[in-house]
Design a protein around this ligand. Structure first.
Ligand code: NAP
Length: 354
């Protein structure tokens, strides 16, 4: 890397290779040289948690073959210097160990070399240098690598909690923005709809919504299949008052099913799916004056904006900012507070590092 120290930027603009003037997230290509500049952290990466919308697209393109998925990830990173899926535009995050702290950061940061952390900023802006992919879990989207990554001065990260399996913590931290926003958006007495209720963010959002709305409120989930283990968790743990089994891409059917159990519609709708085409179902299921929180990376701004206009629904639509103050703690605590959800995450993700 040939960066003059006078150009060092807190958000990593000094790593952008093309186009000029871009920031690392919207850049096509960034410099992934695995060396820490004075205001950067260098980490050894063990596992990548690829964003669900991205992983679904990669898995389909590679016909579910773990070897091809690994090669696909290697190729993206070789081209762009980061795991930034050019089709979905989304990334993920990583778990690893701090190797080196740039000299300008050493007195400003509480981390030390050797600390294990999870990155809380997207892989779409994280300089990543992969030596090899050692294992791919084609179900969970976790990818084991020998790699190094750079975190910028302004990057968010979390120490891995001692009481949770690392792969479980990684899965929860990846979607930490969802339960934390749900906690902020929902009030006692609200009717909350979670679309894609049986995924990682969906389960945690339902759990958090149930806590917030209290006995006078209701939580409704939409899932594509009512027979899965996660759908059972939603029912058995009482995380939803109603579980609707339907394809959320079918806006008419989905919104009619919601109206059948909640004639006044949802006050707050949280979209947690990993597929395109569910904006209208979310909007039509939300009352005038209500809020739709699009956490899904498969959300289309155009479909949401023009869809809401087209059906004359005056809803506030929020883009799912992956960061909300205190999101990591809220998400991890949501897991700890819900033994059924915790057991399900353990069964799905834990011990995958061994
Ligand atoms: P996940 O665990 O894969 O969950 C997605 C859920 O959507 C699955 O349960 C899936 O059900 C369900 N689903 C798929 N198609 C559906 C349909 N047609 N109708 C109803 N439900 C459907 O994903 P996640 O990790 O929770 O992530 C959820 C979304 O958030 C993804 O789009 C991801 O990219 C995004 N994300 C956003 C941020 C952010 O910062 N905003 C951060 C991380 C992730 P099946 O499994 O049965 O298909």
């Amino acid at each position: 890397m040939t960066i003059s120290t006078s150009r060092l930027h807190p958000h990593g603009a000094h790593r952008v290779l093309e186009p000029a003037g871009a920031m690392p997230q919207d850049a096509w290509r960034i410099d992934n040289t695995p060396v820490a500049a004075p205001n950067e952290l260098l980490c050894a990466v063990d596992v990548l948690n690829i964003d669900s919308a991205s992983f679904k697209q990669i898995r389909e393109a590679c016909e579910g073959d773990p070897e091809r998925i690994g090669a696909h990830v290697m190729q993206t990173v070789a081209q762009r210097g980061k795991q930034h899926n050019p089709v979905t535009g989304s990334g993920g995050m990583f778990v690893g160990r701090v190797l080196e702290i740039g000299e300008a950061l050493r007195d400003k940061i509480v981390l030390r070399a050797g600390d294990r952390i999870a990155s809380l900023v997207s892989l779409t802006l994280t300089p990543l240098h992969i030596e090899s992919v050692t294992r791919v879990d084609a179900v969970t989207g976790q990818v084991w690598v020998r790699a190094k990554a750079v975190l910028f001065e302004s990057a968010l990260w979390a120490r891995l909690p001692a009481d949770l399996d690392e792969s479980v913590a990684l899965a929860v931290l990846d979607v930490a923005g969802a339960p934390a926003q749900v906690r902020r958006l929902c009030s006692p007495g609200d009717t909350v709809l979670v679309v894609g209720a049986d995924g990682k963010s969906g389960l945690l959002s339902c759990a958090q919504a149930k806590l917030r709305v209290g006995e006078t409120g209701r939580v409704i989930g939409i899932v594509p299949d009512g027979r899965t283990q996660s759908a059972r968790v939603l029912r058995d743990a009482g995380l939803v008052d109603e579980l609707i089994v339907c394809d959320a891409r079918d806006a008419v059917r989905a919104s009619e099913a919601v109206a059948a159990v909640a004639p006044s519609l949802a006050d707050v709708t949280v979209n947690c799916v990993n597929v395109c085409g569910t904006e209208l179902a979310s909007i039509l299921s939300t009352r005038d004056g209500g809020t739709v929180y699009f956490f899904s990376m498969a959300t289309s701004f155009t479909a949401a904006a023009l869809g809401a206009e087209g059906v004359g629904r005056d809803v506030t639509m929020i883009i799912g900012n992956g960061y909300t103050k205190g999101h990591a703690d809220t998400a991890l605590q949501t897991l700890r507070d819900h033994p059924h959800v915790h057991a399900h995450f353990n069964a799905t993700f834990s011990r995958k590092t061994q």
